[in-house]
Design a protein around this ligand. Structure first.
Ligand SMILES: Cc1cc2nc3c(=O)[nH]c(=O)nc-3n(C[C@H](O)[C@H](O)[C@H](O)COP(=O)(O)OP(=O)(O)OC[C@H]3O[C@@H](n4cnc5c(N)ncnc54)[C@H](O)[C@@H]3O)c2cc1C
Length: 465
């Protein structure tokens, strides 16, 4: 078979994990990133749930990432005036065999980039802002702003919420059939919240926060999440907008002045019984306001173009699921590509046709869509609940749920099962299996999968295995 080559657009976390996965699958690729580096200092935190750590383990990068991970063990929730609503353990370790682990985004990106094997690293090209893509029956040509072009078999758009690949796919689809249904809107996401995000080194911050504890404040129109890791603390304040923004023309550019204004609005909001937000903001190394888009795109692929990560779905960060969902996208998509390329090689086919690719992309979307729709809806619901969007939300969140420990029950009976049902790569071993009380549903298909199924037929954990 003639060489099959993937062009990955975007060197954010999803793009870099795609690069690792393609390399592991033995599929040739080139990655184009518009910035001068794949690990700019943007300054927020990002966390991994256990299903992503299984995949990172398969990609041999867990050891590189472990030093930048900060485990979360407990959660404390307060009201605006510092009244403790609830204190609960994070049950991820017990249920799924690993903590929810926070990383400084820049450190994570650096670890993802640095841990690429040399052969893969040499395929990452920076200062390549993709401006155009042409698609033929046999391949793609991707042009960057500097006039250079890359030829390949397909494009994977991992280029974030304002994805150029998604925009180009939309234009090509309209050109082919102006009346086509299932087209993406120009702005496929809605913004109903914005957020003030920032971080500081613990040595420069106020006393009164405990490492590995996740702090939340719930109140009308605002909610916060603050996490103190071993060296650094990250904060995010969610603010409900008066009117959701749905049009591209409504995009807002946030300035330093608007950041300060936002901080002033919530300066006296309690983070704990003693600490108020002003004390965190004053210690900031970096802080900025960002819009929080929500939604799932209608079209995930067109001919030889396919999207993953924030380019396809966007959710508010409160459930820590944006990147974790992207890891699942990459896992499912690369499994399909690996199967397709292996079958074509075995059958000694000359090429993989556009129809075969569209079928594989359709199967990828079908497998992911159900999960993603659910995550986006649940994440949106939770944010409205904790920012007391209605009297019902206030009563349930402030009084009823804490009384019955409902969030813990919901984690054990719902989210832990969801985590356990997530996918792994078919073709790579798990070297450090995770064992929790909730049985994993999926295992690699490789012979020596390195992950002995430790559960008996009734789904009970058997330590002897
Ligand atoms: C404050 C905050 C906290 C979060 N916390 C979590 C969390 O705890 N857990 C979690 O799972 N998720 C979290 N998320 C979400 C997570 O950060 C995103 O889902 C994730 O960054 C998406 O990665 P991506 O690579 O798809 O997109 P991006 O991170 O947006 O990366 C896209 C990349 O593509 C490049 N690019 C764009 N256009 C072009 C072009 N034309 N040509 C070439 N390159 C291009 C960009 O420069 C960028 O490097 C959080 C988000 C925020 C804002």
């Amino acid at each position: 078979m003639a060489d099959f080559k993937v062009i990955v657009v975007g060197g954010g976390p999803t793009g870099l994990i795609t690069a690792h996965a393609l390399h592991k699958a033995g599929i040739d690729f080139v990655l184009l990133e518009r910035g001068p580096t794949c690990h700019p200092d943007i300054g927020s935190g990002v966390g991994f749930w256990p299903m992503s750590l299984r995949v990172l383990d398969q990609l041999d990068i867990l050891d590189a990432i472990r030093p930048v991970m900060n485990p979360t063990a407990a959660k404390k929730t307060y009201t605006w005036d510092g009244t403790l609503i609830q204190e609960e353990p994070m049950e991820t370790l017990v249920c799924n065999g690993e903590h929810f682990n926070m990383c400084h985004r820049t450190d994570l990106l650096k670890a993802l980039y640095d841990s690429l094997p040399d052969a893969a690293k040499s395929r990452v090209k920076t200062n390549k802002r993709v401006t155009d893509i042409s698609v033929s029956e046999t391949g793609v040509v991707v042009t960057s702003e500097d006039g250079t072009a890359e030829s390949g078999s397909i494009v994977i758009g991992a280029d974030g919420v304002h994805s150029k690949v998604r925009q180009i796919a939309r234009q090509l689809a309209i050109k082919e059939n102006p009346k086509a249904v299932n087209l993406n809107l120009e702005m496929p996401f809605t913004v109903a919240f914005d957020a003030l995000i920032g971080n500081f080194q613990n040595v420069n911050g106020p006393a009164g926060l405990t490492s590995s504890v996740f702090y939340e404040t719930h109140s009308t129109g605002y909610s916060t999440q603050v996490f103190r890791g071993t060296e650094r603390t990250w904060f995010i304040v969610y603010r409900r907008l008066k009117e959701p923004r749905t049009e591209k023309s409504q995009r807002v550019v946030y300035t330093e002045e608007s950041t300060q204004k936002f901080a002033d609005e919530i300066a006296d909001m309690h983070i704990t019984d003693k600490l108020v937000f002003r004390q965190l903001f004053d210690a900031r190394e970096r802080a900025l306001v960002v819009p929080l888009e929500e939604g799932v795109t209608t079209a995930w692929h067109y001919k030889r173009l396919v999207n993953v990560g924030d380019a396809t779905h966007k959710m508010t960060p409160n459930s820590g699921m944006g990147l974790n969902s992207s890891v699942q996208d990459v896992t499912v998509l690369v499994n399909k590509l690996h199967a397709l390329v292996s079958a074509a090689k075995a059958a000694e086919h000359d090429t993989i046709t556009t129809e075969e690719l569209e079928k594989a992309f359709g199967a990828y979307r079908a497998q992911r869509q159900r999960f993603v729709d659910g995550i986006v809806v649940n994440t949106a619901r939770e944010l409205r609940m904790v920012s007391w969007g209605s009297t019902y939300d206030y009563v349930m969140d402030r009084w009823v749920w804490p009384l019955f420990g409902w969030r813990s029950v919901r984690f054990r009976k719902g989210f832990a099962l969801f985590i356990a049902a997530c996918q792994v790569l078919d073709f790579a071993e798990i070297k450090h299996p995770l064992f929790g009380s909730t049985p994993w549903k999926n295992f690699p298909k490789v012979e020596a999968r390195g992950d002995p199924d430790p559960y008996d037929e009734a789904g009970v954990f058997d330590k002897s295995k």
